[in-house]
Design a protein around this ligand. Structure first.
Ligand code: ADP
Ligand code: MG
Length: 209
């Protein structure tokens, strides 16, 4: 994975998150404490600030340093979850010769790390309700589909995952206290993960052209 590509992905994700400030903030205001956008913004800025250090780092080291940086900068529940994703992603990103397989292995390890750290799984109205379906479809498609089809299927799974959180009863995170009153609302972490995934998918397809 080339460094310029990683840097462009970071910058595009930051732009996308900024563009959705109002939506992300209001989702967390409805069923959380309203700080999910601020947490993401803090994480984005911290990652952008370490871009100059990437020059001397290998790809796994870049993702590891992103994880460590997020751990020390984003607060809330989402900070340590995103941080553990990137730390475990970094350890698996160079396992195979095939780049897409590496991304899948990294992604799988990252999702497992979130489950472990969050003591959470599917159907709990969290970011995992996007990440787990995305992982499953990615695994299913990698062997028998082209890149366009894989990314299209991933985006569809992510969008469906976001929508599915609407009817879920929260059993993890701050929304738990709301009980039934959280029903009808989308989970903010699910939405932000869908936006990040869609942005990276778009960049991958642009790169391929
Ligand atoms: P906080 O909840 O501390 O205010 P954020 O607002 O930044 O932190 O992030 C909230 C998001 O974190 C939720 O929308 C949810 O997707 C995710 N989240 C919270 N707890 C967990 C958990 N145990 N497992 C997975 N995701 C979680
Ligand atoms: Mg919050």
């Amino acid at each position: 994975m080339n460094k310029q590509f990683i840097i462009q992905c970071i910058n595009n994700v930051v732009e996308e998150i900024r563009y959705h400030e109002d939506q992300i903030e209001s989702l967390d205001r409805a069923i959380g404490d309203g700080d999910h956008y601020i947490n993401l913004k803090r994480g984005c800025e911290a990652i952008q600030a370490i871009i100059p250090t990437f020059e001397k780092l290998s790809t796994p080291q870049i993702f590891y340093s992103i994880g460590v940086k997020l751990l020390s900068t984003i607060g809330g529940a989402s900070g340590p979850l995103f941080a553990s994703f990137f730390i475990e992603f970094s350890k698996n990103i160079a396992s195979s010769k095939n780049e897409l397989t590496n991304v899948l292995l990294g992604f799988e390890a990252g999702v497992e790390a979130i489950k472990k750290r969050g003591k959470s799984g599917s159907g709990e109205k969290t970011m995992l309700d996007v990440l787990i379906p995305v992982l499953n479809i990615f695994k299913k498609k990698i062997g028998n589909s082209n890149l366009d089809e894989i990314i299209h299927a991933i985006n569809e799974a992510a969008n469906d995952g976001v929508e599915a959180t609407k009817t879920m009863l929260p059993t993890k995170g701050r929304a738990v206290g709301l009980g039934d009153r959280a029903i009808g609302h989308i989970d903010p972490g699910a939405k932000s993960c869908q936006l990040i995934i869609a942005t990276i998918g778009k960049k991958i397809l642009e790169e391929k052209k």
